[in-house]
Write a protein of this length. Structure first.
Length: 336
């Protein structure tokens, strides 16, 4: 398949987080065909509950190209026009997978070795695949992680602090509210305080931001709610400790504040000759914990259409990424 065909084939396999098995099996089989003809090796790396990462390597993988197989919901299949491929995962990150595979084929055609492809599960939810991979390094000195960066290398990316705010109350008939204790009222009060917390800023990454992503609770319009919950995500630009303290003070005894996930902000060492940018999103890179080498972040596509109903990737960007990845691998292998 060419890069466009592979992108569409991958997009058309639904792989929302926790449901990556089919796309993983497809990639395992596809890469086994390439490896079998070029002296490579393909393996499944177990993660959890039957989920697995896929690693293909040629020699000792001194440089590893890596991105994720999972997507956000909802799934919708691919289509294309003269300039773009559309569909869930087109730019985040199945087009990136296709470009990395294309780069591997280009490298192999030129006789290159000592590189690998690592495709992981769970990036969109909890980085389970990257965490598992960090426990099974293969000697890689550099990790080129793929996310939609418009084919620019990233100098820094924000981190994440994900929390739940959980309120409890007492059921009662809504005609007699004094007999109950509304968990929803408590949650709303806590969220109002949280929205007033002043968040830090960084000279390179800019301001931290907070998103109240979900709110759930209650049983019926005529029942005083006994439970309510909100999920919150903060984009970190530095030390999370002051935010933790401010959030705890804001919530007080109105509700329980539960930390779910923390991924730190990260800065990258630039590579000469590639345009650079800074991004506000978070990646798997911190969860690899350096086990697969010094990280770089680079990939085709725009983050502004990822996770949307308009998700797409420009065909010219896919082809450019093939050359960028292949050239980066060559240069980095020589530096090892």
């Amino acid at each position: 398949m060419n890069v466009f065909e592979l992108t569409r084939a991958l997009v058309d396999i639904e792989s929302i987080s926790d449901n990556e098995t089919r796309v993983g099996a497809y990639l395992e089989s596809y890469l086994a065909g390439i490896a079998g003809a070029s002296g490579g090796h393909v393996e499944r790396m177990d993660v959890e509950g039957g989920r697995f990462n896929v690693l293909a390597s040629w020699g000792v993988p001194l440089v590893t190209l890596s991105t994720h197989m999972d997507t956000v919901p909802p799934f919708f299949p691919s289509c294309e026009d003269a300039d773009h491929i559309w569909g869930r995962g087109a730019c985040d990150a199945k087009g990136i997978i296709a470009s990395m595979v294309g780069a591997a084929e280009k490298l192999l055609a030129a006789g290159a070795t000592n590189f690998g492809l690592l495709f992981v599960v769970g990036e969109e939810r909890n980085s389970a695949g990257a965490i598992a991979a960090s426990r099974s390094p293969r000697g890689s000195r550099y990790l080129i992680n793929g996310e939609p960066t418009e084919n620019k290398q990233v100098l820094a990316s924000k981190g994440v602090l994900r929390c739940e705010v959980i309120a409890s109350g007492r059921l009662a008939h809504s005609a007699y509210p004094a007999w109950g204790d509304s968990a929803i009222d408590k949650l709303l009060d806590a969220l109002e305080k949280l929205r007033r917390v002043e968040l830090p800023a960084d000279a390179l990454l800019g301001p931290s931001t907070m998103n109240i992503g979900t709110i759930t609770g209650g049983r019926a319009p005529n029942v005083i709610a006994d439970s309510a919950k909100a999920e919150i995500l903060v984009r970190l630009v530095g030390d999370p400790a002051p935010i933790r303290q401010s959030f705890a003070a804001a919530v007080g005894d109105r509700a329980e504040l539960k930390e779910i996930l923390m991924i730190p902000a990260i800065e990258f060492h630039p590579v000469d000759g590639i345009p650079a940018t800074v991004v506000a999103y978070t990646t798997d890179v911190p969860m690899f914990a350096g086990a697969w080498g010094e990280p770089l972040l680079l990939g085709p596509g725009s983050i502004h259409v990822a996770h949307t109903a308009e998700e797409r990737i420009a065909k010219r960007d896919l082809l450019q990424a093939v050359d960028l990845y292949a050239d980066a691998v060559r240069r980095l292998v020589l530096m090892c």
